[in-house]
Structures are given as structure tokens and as C-alpha cells.
Design a protein around this ligand. Structure first.
Ligand code: PEP
Length: 251
């Protein structure tokens, strides 16, 4: 039985005071949750304050991105070591917005993933097809390419500290959600690719979160599917009550 993982990706929303206020409201709403791993991913500038505010709670903190170097002349970038220092336990890697707007490719994402895991961060690694790719019958091909390139060189121990987030690009921030059956089909395919490349034990233990317009109204139905092990939530994670409802629907 895989323990559900529900994470909120706050994207580029909330200043420090708003972020701290949000988690102060969230904490009591999910305090009773003992069967779900809960993560919030604020912007870089709020990470330390949010981590301080969440000390001793059942909510972990994640970043939305990182750079695969410890330090150096990399203007604008943040090292995984610095994220750990700020109080993060997690980072997201490979979000479709990073792939699209910042041209991050499978090779670079693989480098980031391996580096972040090696520093001690846990990682939510995002994959997903665009609408054109799905309509062109290329969904499986795209997912397989992202998995093969992105996960290259990982060990069994690495998989114990990461999840995969299946996020169909056409469902992110659009209000269009994959149906539970569409999500299940894609998740089962992702697991089969991981099984073929890394074996049964890794594939069976790996958590695969669904992301794409998850809301309190559809969360339970999506997460009831056998291969859907939680959610990565954007818009509905910005409000404490809707994020808490999704957490509570998971377990
Ligand atoms: C996301 O940004 O990862 C996401 C799934 O966004 P939304 O829930 O708003 O579609």
C-alpha cells in the first residue's frame, strides 16, 4: 500500500506574509491527517519563513525548482544545498512550465534530478503530454521519452526518495481535468515503463501523483484509482480550505 502524497505548487503567488498566514490557517485543518504526506511549495523568497512556521507540524516544505550545482557564478539560480538550509525537504523538478518557458529538456532535468537526490532533497518529478501530443496519439511515446531520459542512471535507493507527478499539460490551470479513467490509464502506463526499466520492486513502491486542475470536488474520485497515489495541486492549493479538503480526500 503506497502512502498518498499531496503537494501544493504555489507557482509565483504569495508574498512572505501571505505565505505564512496561509500555512498558519492550513496547519490545524490537516493536523489530524496521519496517513498522507503533505507538502507545500512556496516561491523561493518565502521558503525559510514558511519552513519556520511549519516546524513541528505534519507539513513539509518544497521548492519549485533548483540548479544542479552547490555554488558558483550561476546568476539567478538556487542550489539544493541552499534549499535544505532554508528548511526544504522537497523540490519539484520538470514542471511543464519549466519545460515550456525555460526550455528545460530531459537531459538537463535528469542532471537536476540526480543532483538534488544526491544532496538529500526528495523530488517530485513531473511529466506529461500536451493536448496536441495526446490528440496525435503520441501520449505513451512522450511519457516514455520523458521517463527514459529523465530517470536515466537512477538507483533503487533514489526511487525511495522521489515521486513522479503525471500532469497532462492540457489539464494544468485550464479547469480541464483528466477523468479518473484517463488518469488511471496514464499512471498504469508510467508504472509499466518504470517496471520495465527498473524492476518490479521499484515500480510497485513508486508513488505517482496526478496533477491538473485537481479540486476538492474531483480529488477523491481521482485518488481512489489504484495507480493514483496522491496529487500535485496548483490553483486549489492557494487557499487553505480547498487544499485541506484535497489532503483529507486522500486519506
Ligand atoms: C500544477 O501547477 O502543477 C497544477 C497541476 O496546476 P493546477 O492544479 O492549477 O492545474
Amino acid at each position: 500500500m503506497r502512502r498518498p502524497l499531496v503537494a501544493g505548487n504555489w507557482k509565483m503567488f504569495k508574498k512572505i506574509a501571505e505565505a505564512v498566514e496561509m500555512v498558519a490557517t492550513l496547519k490545524p485543518l490537516v493536523a489530524g491527517s496521519t496517513t498522507v504526506d503533505i507538502v507545500v511549495c512556496p516561491v523561493f523568497t518565502s521558503l525559510h519563513a514558511v519552513a519556520q512556521a511549519l516546524k513541528g507540524s505534519n507539513i513539509e516544505v518544497g521548492a519549485q525548482n533548483c540548479y544542479p550545482k552547490e555554488s558558483g557564478a550561476y546568476t539567478g539560480e538556487v542550489a539544493p544545498q541552499m534549499l535544505l538550509d532554508a528548511g526544504c525537504a522537497w523540490t519539484i523538478i520538470g514542471h511543464s512550465e519549466r519545460r515550456e518557458y525555460f526550455k528545460e529538456n530531459d537531459e538537463f532535468l535528469n542532471e537536476k534530478l540526480k543532483y538534488a537526490l544526491a544532496t538529500g532533497l526528495k523530488v517530485m518529478f513531473c511529466i506529461g503530454e500536451t493536448l496536441a501530443e495526446r490528440q496525435g496519439g503520441k501520449m505513451n511515446e512522450v511519457l516514455k521519452r520523458q521517463l527514459t531520459g529523465g530517470l536515466q542512471g537512477l538507483t533503487e535507493a533514489d526511487f525511495g526518495r522521489m515521486s513522479i507527478a503525471y500532469e497532462p499539460v492540457w489539464a494544468i490551470g485550464t479547469g480541464l481535468t483528466a477523468t479518473p479513467d484517463q488518469a488511471e490509464e496514464a499512471h498504469a502506463f508510467v508504472r509499466s515503463v518504470v517496471r520495465a526499466q527498473f524492476g518490479e520492486t521499484v515500480a510497485d513502491a513508486l508513488r505517482i501523483q496526478y496533477g491538473g486542475s485537481v479540486k476538492p470536488e474531483n480529488a477523491a474520485e481521482l485518488m481512489a484509482k489504484p495507480n493514483v497515489d496522491g496529487a500535485l495541486v496548483g490553483g486549489a492549493a492557494l487557499k487553505a480550505d480547498s487544499f485541506a479538503a484535497i489532503v483529507n480526500a486522500a486519506g
